[in-house]
Structure formats: structure tokens, C-alpha cells
Design a protein around this ligand. Structure first.
Ligand SMILES: Nc1ncnc2c1ncn2[C@@H]1O[C@H](COP(=O)(O)OP(=O)(O)O)[C@@H](O)[C@H]1O
Ligand SMILES: O=C(O)[C@@H](O)C(=O)COP(=O)(O)O
Length: 429
């Protein structure tokens, strides 16, 4: 049987986050990188197509998302899921609103939900306000994000600025009463002319209620959290028949490296800790802009250090440093230049024998995975909430027979414990 649930993720770390969550909920899941050419994989319950569309121009994000939807429809999926960041990362023009609108039009649906909550990672929503580990979004580190600074915690307001229709709120008072009451609240909002409901959630129990209320809803949108409650609907209908071999990965090996282009608060702490314990190489955007061959330097340095243990290559910097760089180079130019350099270094590292790699940052992961020509990812064991180990597949139909496939952990900027870069290796057998 083909996949039942078709997911479109707006970045690659978000894709592995969602795929890991679906696997945990008992759905056999494969993550594909970009819209595939080939036929859908067999023996899976869910497919996640990971795009790099979070900060693309709106028209490009919409076109790519619609292409992904068409492929998932042809693959036979019966429910669709637009995955964005648990901190609702978006530019003032979108892309969450415009992509949601385009998917709704294509599916001919008049209502959907928007819920980025991920309580296990401290993302909770109450009265429509998004909190990050107890801090309102606009007071969290997200206000300094290099590409998508988030300066308003009220998601009804944020989505209303991006979307074509009216945004309503399904507050916690409805959510805590369970799926039936919540579904009634959705119906009431629809009658009031709302096309979207921001949904409160402060616990996994709330996510299960949201999942139940979304039974049969053609399109859901959110972070990875709401995935937790969807499998129960399919299971009840007898649609989840396969056994879950999800967390088993083929044997991996080779040298180890961490590549970090994330400037998020959690990554800054993780980089600081790894720098004290392992050889590290700093990629300076201003040197890139001057035309220095930083990638070649990094690879020569890596060749001399890799044998000793994991190495760190990072562009991660404080908000002040990032602002100064952006003032000189421009926001997009700085980001693109760093991403290109880290991607070239990742390719060179694999050529030097790196077989296990952690990449920190969503945009950074997108650039690296593309440069490595990865077609898909097999999902393995979770390192920390939202970050599984994966192994690289060449494409949709790949049966993963390579002797020792490349192991990749794509770490969302703000996920993972402070010692993530040190402890992650032990989760890979
Ligand atoms: N020192 C720096 N100066 C300016 N931009 C940087 C610097 N280091 C990284 N970047 C850019 O910041 C962006 C970080 O985004 P991303 O990789 O998605 O991380 P996160 O997951 O934390 O959001 C990337 O485009 C990256 O190239
Ligand atoms: O939902 C989340 O927070 C993550 O899955 C995610 O999308 C993070 O994006 P980055 O912080 O850009 O890695």
C-alpha cells in the first residue's frame, strides 16, 4: 500500500523533525529531499517532502509547495500536512500564509488549523501567544534570528498579516475538553467566516486532542508536534498495518564532523562547548566576501585533524556579530555566502572520509544536503526531541543497500541539549 499522509516541510531540519515524530507515533516514514522525479516508495505510511522554501521569494515557495502537493496526491495520500517551524519562522511576506492559502485552494478546502506547538521542546501556545521555554516568542532568542527575526508572539496577528482570509483562535478552554469539543470549535470558527484556527497547546495531551479533532481534515498545518495525534486516526481505520522497523539504521562508520551555520541560542551554547573539547575551524563571512578560499583552508585543516576524533567547522556567531556582517554584506548575501561555503566544505569532508556528520541549522542543512546530492533520508534513533539520526538515500526508490551509507543528523537551530555535538555519536551504533 502507498503512503496515507503526505507532508511538505519548509526546511530540511524541520523535515527530519517531523519524520522522526511520525516514526515515534508508529508510522513508517521516509523523507525525500525536494520533489522527486520517480514513483512513490512502497511500504511506507507517510512521506515527508523537504523543501528549502522558508525564506524563498513567496512565488517560489508557493510553486514548489504546489509541485510537492501534486506528487503526494499522485502517490495516493489522503491527508496533507504543511510543516513549518515551531517558532513560526517567517518573513513579513510569508511564507506560511501564502503557502497555506495555495495548498487550500489546490485542495479546495475552506478551513485548516495552524499549530506550531511542540511542548517537549518548550514551544507552547496559550490564548494564541507562542512561548519558547516560557518566554514569549518576541522575547526569546528568535528576535535575533539572522533571516526570520520574530518580533510578535501573537500568532493570530502574525498569520493575519500573511494570509488571505480571516484567522480565528481555538483557545485552550476548547482543546482541554478533547477532540470532539475542539472539532465543534473548528466548525463554529468556520461559521464565523474564519479560514484558519490558531490552536492552543501546552502538553502532549493537547496534541492528541488536536490530532483527534483533525481526523478527516484534508490539510493540517503546524510544527511537528501535531503529528503526534494523527496516527491514532489512521490506526483506528485499520490503515497502519506495517510493523515499525523505524529506528533501525544500517551500520555506519567513517570519520566524524560537525558543520554549524546556525546562530540560534541553543547552537551557540553547543558550539561553545564543543570548541573547548575538539578541534574547531571558524568560517568568517567577511573573509568569504573578500574572496579568500576559506573552504580550501578548512579542508586542509580538517585533513590534519579528522583522525583524532570529531571536528567542528562553524560560522555560528553572536547576534551583534551577525548584525555587523549583515550591515556590510546584506542579509541574504551574507546567509547565502556562508551556506555555500559550508556546503562546499561538507562535500570536501565526505571526500576526506567523513561518514558521520551533524549539520546545525535549517538553511545550512538544506545547502549541505543539496551539495551532497542526497535524495532522501532513512529515519533512525532520536538523539534529542526533534533530532533523529538518519542515513542518506540516493532517491525515492532507494533500497539503502550501500555498504555504509552517510549518517546525517540535521539539527534544528534551537533544538538539542548543550552537549549535543559531543553526545550524539553514542546514539549511532
Ligand atoms: N557569522 C554569520 N554572519 C551572517 N550570517 C550567518 C553567519 N553564520 C551563519 N549565518 C547564516 O545564518 C543563517 C542561519 O540559518 P539556519 O541555518 O536556518 O539556522 P537556524 O536553524 O538556527 O535558523 C544561514 O543562512 C547562515 O548562512
Ligand atoms: O519546528 C521546528 O522548530 C524545527 O523542526 C524547525 O523547523 C527548525 O528550523 P531551524 O531552526 O531553521 O533549523
Amino acid at each position: 500500500m502507498g503512503p496515507i499522509l503526505g507532508c511538505i516541510a519548509d526546511d530540511f531540519t524541520g523535515g527530519t523533525d517531523l519524520a522522526g515524530m511520525l516514526v515515534k507515533s508508529g508510522m513508517r516514514t521516509v523523507q525525500l529531499i525536494g520533489v522527486p522525479d520517480g514513483p512513490p516508495p512502497v511500504g511506507v505510511d507517510a512521506v515527508v517532502i523537504a523543501l528549502k522554501s522558508r525564506t524563498s521569494p513567496v512565488e517560489d515557495a508557493v510553486a514548489e509547495s504546489l509541485a510537492a502537493l501534486r506528487w503526494l496526491q499522485q502517490a495516493g495520500c489522503r491527508q496533507f500536512y504543511f510543516k513549518y517551524c515551531s517558532t513560526f519562522d517567517s518573513t513579513p511576506r510569508g511564507n506560511i500564509g501564502p503557502v497555506t492559502d495555495a495548498l487550500m485552494r489546490a485542495l479546495d478546502v475552506g478551513f485548516t488549523i495552524a499549530c506550531p506547538a511542540f511542548p517537549a521542546n518548550g514551544r507552547t501556545i496559550y490564548q494564541g501567544y507562542l512561548f519558547v521555554s516560557g518566554e514569549p516568542l518576541n522575547e526569546s532568542g528568535m528576535r535575533h534570528h539572522p533571516l526570520t527575526p520574530m518580533t510578535d508572539a501573537n500568532l493570530v496577528r502574525v498569520l493575519q498579516r500573511q494570509a488571505g482570509g480571516k484567522v480565528g483562535l481555538a483557545a485552550h478552554a476548547s482543546v482541554e475538553q478533547g477532540g470532539v469539543v475542539l472539532a465543534e470549535r473548528f466548525a463554529a470558527l468556520r461559521e464565523q467566516g474564519c479560514r484558519y484556527a490558531i490552536v492552543d497547546a501546552v502538553s502532549d495531551k493537547d496534541l492528541m486532542a488536536i490530532g483527534a479533532a483533525c481526523d478527516g481534515m484534508p490539510l493540517v498545518t503546524g510544527g511537528s508536534g501535531i503529528a503526534l495525534g494523527l496516527a491514532q486516526n489512521f490506526r483506528r481505520q485499520g490503515l497502519l498495518t506495517g510493523c515499525d522497523a523505524a529506528a533501525a539504521l544500517p551500520a555506519t562508520g567513517g570519520l566524524r564532523a560537525v558543520i554549524s551555520g546556525s546562530c540560534s541560542s541553543a547552537t551557540q551554547r553547543q558550539v561553545a562547548i564543543m570548541r573547548c573539547q575538539a578541534p574547531s575551524f571558524h568560517v568568517d563571512p567577511l573573509r568569504l566576501a573578500r574572496g579568500d578560499d576559506v573552504a580550501a583552508e578548512a579542508l586542509a585543516w580538517a585533513a590534519a585533524n579528522l583522525a583524532q576524533g570529531p571536528v567542528l567547522v562553524y560560522a555560528t556567531a553572536t547576534p551583534e556579530t551577525v548584525k555587523a556582517v549583515q550591515a556590510q554584506l546584506g542579509v541574504e548575501q551574507a546567509g547565502g555566502m556562508v551556506e555555500d561555503a559550508l556546503a562546499a566544505i561538507a562535500r570536501g569532508l565526505v571526500a576526506l572520509g567523513v561518514g558521520r556528520m551533524i549539520v546545525a541549522g535549517g538553511e545550512t542543512s538544506g545547502a549541505v544536503v543539496r551539495a551532497l546530492g542526497v535524495g532522501g533520508l532513512r529515519i533512525g534513533p532520536e538523539i534529542d526531541p526533534g533530532v533523529p539520526w538518519t542515513t542518506a538515500l540516493r532517491g525515492a526508490g532507494d533500497d539503502d543497500t550501500a555498504a555504509a551509507p552517510l549518517a546525517l543528523a540535521l539539527k534544528s537551530g534551537n533544538f538539542g541539549s548543550d552537549d549535543f555535538f559531543l553526545k550524539a555519536w553514542s546514539r549511532l551504533s
